[in-house]
Write a protein that binds this ligand. Structure first.
Ligand code: ADP
Ligand code: MG
Length: 235
């Protein structure tokens, strides 16, 4: 049973007005996968994540999720407006907010948050304002938040954009560790040479799936050119 796919998209098509953004996309996410959705800006990566999450209604085709699947979304940190004073612990605690009558964070949860912070290399940063953290630390806070929510499937939209090479590799290692601990992970990235080539499964996307599988077999010059619209080199 455990090998039943967690999420399956079959013939997924999404159009906005006359513009087709995703065209007949089929992908399968199985337990334990670590998948990178790779393609240039505007190729439909974020739209595919939203459709897999169930946040948007496909124009045609289907998305099927196993009923026990709880996805934690890690948003694109670069695009968040940090003009509000939220601490790291508050941000993480909000993942389990139960309304105004219950405090955001119970005493027991405080301990859990501290453990999640330690696990994600954010020890001692709970009371800091998020806007005062580095880009890599902010990314970790949102991963911590998804983990604290209880999700076992993590979706990350462009988790390494705006990060320097060293921080990108730290995020990659963190995601690999979480994957080894049992998390199923799907991420999007426009940056082929940032982390995509280090992932076990990649899906090259440009409106439709141009190629999918392990990087060695997928990243041929032909697939890359059709994905990016121009010749690309794998470094
Ligand atoms: P990516 O994440 O790969 O950069 P997106 O999925 O964000 O690509 O967008 C794919 C295309 O769909 C882009 O041309 C974008 O402008 C368009 N698009 C995305 N969301 C909407 C929307 N809500 N309404 C209209 N067009 C959209
Ligand atoms: Mg995007």
């Amino acid at each position: 049973m455990t090998d039943t796919p967690l999420i399956t998209a079959d013939g997924l098509t999404v159009s906005y007005g006359a513009g087709v953004v995703l065209d007949d996309v089929s992908v399968t996410i199985a337990p334990g996968d670590l998948i990178g959705i790779v393609g240039p800006s505007g190729s439909g990566k974020s739209t595919l994540l939203k459709a897999l999450l169930g946040d948007l209604e496909p124009t045609s085709g289907t998305v099927t999720r196993r009923p026990d699947v709880h996805v934690g979304l890690v948003p694109q940190v670069e695009r968040i407006d940090w003009n509000f004073p939220v601490t790291v612990s508050e941000c993480i605690g909000m993942a389990r907010a139960r309304g105004l009558r219950t405090p955001w964070i119970t005493k027991a949860e405080r301990g859990e948050i501290a453990a999640v912070l330690d696990r994600l290399g954010l020890h001692g940063l709970g009371d800091r304002h998020i806007r005062d953290l580095s880009g890599g630390q902010q990314q970790r806070v949102f991963i911590a938040r998804a983990v604290f929510s209880g999700a076992k499937v993590l979706f990350l939209d462009e988790p390494t954009s705006g990060l320097d090479v060293t921080t990108r590799h730290e995020v990659l290692h963190l995601l690999r560790d979480l994957n080894a601990d049992g998390f199923t992970i799907v991420l999007s990235t426009h940056d082929l040479n940032g982390i995509a080539t280090h992932l076990p499964i990649i899906v090259c996307l440009n409106k439709s799936v141009i190629g999918a599988g392990d990087p060695d077999s997928v990243l041929t010059p032909d697939v890359l050119e059709r994905t990016y619209g121009s010749p690309m080199q794998v470094l």
